[in-house]
Design a protein around this ligand. Structure first.
Ligand SMILES: Nc1ncnc2c1ncn2[C@@H]1O[C@H](COP(=O)(O)OP(=O)(O)O)[C@@H](O)[C@H]1O
Ligand SMILES: [Mg+2]
Length: 581
């Protein structure tokens, strides 16, 4: 079933379906091709008539030479013009279709559930958008037009040959089954290599991506040689398989076809000699020899194009399989949350790629406008829990209610507008500070500047060369982690979410700035539910409830004083931090 949907024929049909809205343009291009073929195959007939004329009249008339020259030049010019127009039409259609496919891939990628990117590297998506679509583009701008043209050309030459002399044409048509056999053999031997090349190219992209983004670590740990070796190995494999395909092409394409047509020609001449059933005219024989030569060209191109078509099909399979992936499903409820109340009922969770439960038996009741702290050792599941509350992942078992509604009934828009997370390391886009805070949302510049003043970003603005308008580098390379976190905080201060999650957002901020952020937090607490995941326990002493997670389970819950009295994990962690001060 699965295989069937991506079989070669289904893929070609699907590629063709992109022409649905451009049927007339496609048709007009095909008509142009047809005319260009007619201009191409008329010359041997004209030449044959010319020879017949000479033989009949025993002289060469000046008028017939002139006639020949003019017809040849006219045919050549028309053929070139027609070719020019249909090439342009096919190319403009292909550019449009590829643009559509690229946008579709990107749209699907953006709507993938988070777990997709846990399993697949981002660069595999980039490969699909760049390499694979580039390969598919060939289908639309060369393969299709060339296949249409050459198949029609081949058939028309055969038809013309039959009308000229059917005995000889019959012998010539033996070439068709031979051609099909060659194409099948070629496909059989080249397909595995083509698939391997695509897969290695994708791996190469992933590796290069890894190297560029991790270049500092690679240099620091002196790993340059190792990575270069890995790239070289992949390149070698690609080279090997490309050579394999070249060898198959080299044997099966032009040389073999040339040989076959030479044999055919000898067969024709011999048949005519041995069985003089037809009185052979010199002019017809001349046209025949010409057409046999002509016949070879479309055959070579058809075989060649079908080999490229194989590559296109492999790329299309990868792209269509991706386009058909299920996107993240959200509920229908578009109403914004009215309160920040959260109820977590007996949830269990494991990541799709791990069997182990990351969270187990979690029960929490969080009233509206409360201040909750999540603490625990690294890897205890704090970030995972905040991802579940934000609806990025679905619970394996159990239910989460936000404002009394089950989380799976809420729409993506509701979730994103009602819940905000300030992450451990916010992503910085290559744009101005203002744009980095507004992130495309409709927020007044005045409000953003107000927030900048509030969130301690003012000092950062003062150090930037162009103030608010300065463009922050790619991924914020020029910013410290603390500054990035401040931008992350500013992003949510400009909106009014009902639930706010700080995931160790104040970990890299100096204590003076942190105190000021604490002040901002106490303002927010009046309007929203605030969940703070904190490493520094001093920041959560005032929390209405502190939840201590250990290995995915809640082992303690309560206010600071109560937890200290418990003398359990929280007590130990707190004591440890005091000591280290
Ligand atoms: N995307 C993921 N896929 C698989 N396992 C993950 C993923 N993210 C985190 N984990 C695992 O889940 C556990 C909890 O991680 P996390 O919630 O990030 O902990 P914390 O935020 O408390 O440090 C860890 O063992 C971690 O390895
Ligand atoms: Mg974490």
């Amino acid at each position: 079933m699965e295989e069937n949907k991506y079989s070669s024929w289904k893929i070609i049909k699907r590629l063709l379906s992109y022409y649905n809205k451009k049927k007339y343009l496609l048709l007009s291009s095909c008509i142009l091709i047809l005319f260009s073929i007619i201009t191409e195959i008329s010359s041997p007939i004209i030449l044959s008539n010319f020879i017949a004329n000479i033989i009949k009249n025993h002289t060469v008339k000046l008028t017939s030479i002139l006639y020949l020259a003019i017809s040849f030049i006219t045919l050549q010019i028309s053929s070139s013009l027609l070719c020019y127009f249909y090439t342009i039409q096919f190319n403009s259609m292909s550019t449009n279709i590829i643009k559509k496919i690229r946008i579709k891939i990107l749209t699907i990628a953006l709507q993938q559930p988070m777990e997709f990117f846990d399993k697949k590297p981002i660069s595999s998506v980039i490969t699909k958008i760049t390499n694979d679509t580039e390969s598919i583009k060939e289908f639309y701008d060369t393969i299709l037009s060339s296949l249409i043209k050459n198949i029609v050309l081949f058939s028309m030459i055969l038809i013309t040959m039959f009308t000229l002399e059917w005995h000889m044409a019959l012998i010539t048509s033996i070439i068709t089954p031979i051609l099909i056999l060659i194409i099948r053999t070629h496909k059989y031997h080249s397909k595995p290599s083509i698939q391997k090349i695509k897969s290695y190219a994708s791996q190469l992209n992933t590796k290069i991506n890894e190297i560029i983004s991790g270049i500092t670590v690679i240099q620091q740990f002196n790993q340059e040689k190792k990575f270069i070796k890995k790239i070289a190995t992949l390149n070698k494999k690609i080279y090997f398989h490309k050579m394999q395909i070249l060898k198959i092409d080299g044997i099966l394409l032009r040389p073999l076809l040339n040989l076959i047509s030479a044999i055919l020609l000898s067969c024709i001449v011999m048949t005519l000699k041995l069985f003089p059933i037809v009185t052979l005219k010199i002019s017809v024989l001349h046209a025949f020899i010409n057409y046999l030569r002509y016949l070879n060209e479309p055959l070579v191109i058809i075989t060649n194009q079908q080999s490229i078509l194989q590559q296109v099909i492999v790329s299309s399979q990868r792209v269509f399989k991706f386009i058909d992936l299920p996107i993240q499903k959200y509920g229908e409820d578009t109403q914004l949350l009215q309160s920040g109340e959260i109820k977590i009922k007996n949830i269990y969770f494991s990541y799709p790629n791990t069997k182990k439960n990351i969270l187990e038996k979690i029960n929490i009741n969080i009233p509206d406008k409360s201040f909750i702290a999540l603490v625990g050792k690294t890897g205890s599941g704090k970030t995972t829990l905040s991802n579940l509350i934000s609806g990025y992942y679905k619970t394996t078992k159990g239910k989460i209610y936000l404002d009394k509604k089950p989380i799976n009934t809420l729409s993506n828009k509701t979730l994103r507008k009602s819940i905000s997370i300030v992450q451990q390391e916010p992503t910085i886009i290559c744009d101005s500070l203002i744009k980095n805070i507004s992130l495309g949302r409709n927020i007044k510049k005045k409000d953003i500047i107000k927030v900048i003043d509030k969130s301690q970003l003012k000092t950062l603005v003062n150090t930037l060369p162009k103030g608010y308008k300065s463009v922050l580098g790619k991924n914020g390379e020029s910013l410290s982690q603390g500054q990035k976190q401040l931008i992350g905080i500013a992003r949510i201060l400009v909106s009014n979410p009902k639930i706010l999650i700080f995931d160790e957002a104040t970990a890299s901020i100096d204590s003076e700035s942190e105190q000021k952020i604490q002040k901002i937090l106490s303002e927010i607490k009046k309007k929203s539910t605030v969940i703070v995941i904190a490493h520094r326990l001093s920041t959560v002493i005032d929390a209405d409830m502190i939840i201590v997670l250990n290995k995915g389970k809640i082992i303690e819950k309560g206010k600071h004083k109560k937890l200290l009295k418990n003398k359990n994990l929280y007590y130990k962690m707190y004591k440890n931090q005091l000591k280290n001060k």
